[in-house]
Design a protein around this ligand. Structure first.
Ligand code: AP5
Length: 226
């Protein structure tokens, strides 16, 4: 089982992109490419990129396209990317989408399929306020909707659960505004090229996953053995 077209999970902060991207990546045995995770990793390692990105992310704004694109190009150049990939949180601007299309074309990948997650704002705020992430494996929990069995501890690997600094309410407001301003126009961008599907992100996690797998199969983005 595998992917014929790269999948782009598109949606506002807290829509469930990361939760589903991890599951799909496992299912299709392809890399999960999260620019947010890559930037947080750069910050944790104190790299030059991390130093530039940190204050921007703390304000809830988007990191400049050139910095993000350099990260993505480097990642797509690694051997495991040849099997396809799940994009989570990228592209986030029209310029990033245009560059991605050029990069994919030049490397012989199929046309990507964007899947928009629809979730109302009240639910997004609650999800982000309740999100806790495993400091070892990155599994995501939610104290309101998907709590871990033991508070503060990952069910999968026993890692300590931590909260993201940009999940503070004042930063979340700016992240949502940045989404509307800079990322929401991608919905029309992919619709125009007939490469957009939509999923109800308010449904339970397993149901969202089921619909995503069905979409991938129906559109020929996956090889159909699911
Ligand atoms: P990034 O890390 O990409 O964050 P985001 O897009 O804001 O998305 P989130 O990770 O907050 O949400 P998600 O949709 O993945 O939801 P999740 O699955 O965790 O970006 C962070 C920052 O990095 C940006 O602000 C920007 O500064 C920078 N950046 C990153 N990429 C960039 C780019 N390309 N260009 C420029 N700058 C960039 O779920 C949320 C919660 O809900 C969890 O608790 C989860 O358990 C729960 N949940 C999920 N699904 C369900 C469900 N179906 N039912 C119930 N609960 C659910």
């Amino acid at each position: 089982m595998g992917l014929r077209r790269p999948l782009i999970l598109l949606g506002p902060p807290g829509a469930g992109k990361g939760t589903q991207a991890k599951r799909l990546a496992k299912r299709y045995a392809v890399p999960h490419l999260s620019t947010g995770d890559m930037l947080r990793d750069a910050i944790a390692h104190g790299t030059d990129l991390g130093k530039k990105a940190q204050p921007i992310m703390e304000r809830g704004e988007l990191v400049p396209d050139a910095l993000v694109l350099a990260l993505v190009e480097e990642r797509l150049g690694r051997p495991d990317a040849a099997k396809g990939f799940i994009f989570d949180g990228f592209p986030r601007t029209i310029a990033q989408a245009e560059s991605l299309s050029r990069i994919l074309g030049s490397r012989g990948f199929g046309k990507p399929l964007a899947i928009e997650f629809r979730v109302d704002q009240e639910r997004l705020l609650r999800r982000l306020a309740g999100r806790w992430t495993c400091s070892i494996g990155g599994e995501t929990y939610n104290i309101y909707e998907r709590p871990p069995k033991t508070p503060g501890v990952c069910d999968l690997d026993g890692g300590k659960l931590i909260q993201r600094p940009d999940d503070r309410p004042e930063v979340v407001r700016e992240r949502l505004a940045a989404y509307e301003r800079q990322t929401a126009p991608l919905v029309d961008y992919y619709k125009r090229s007939d490469a957009l599907e939509t999923v109800d992100g308010m449904a339970p996690v397993d149901e969202v996953q089921r619909v995503l797998l069905e979409i991938a199969k129906r559109t020929g983005a996956s090889d159909g053995h699911l």
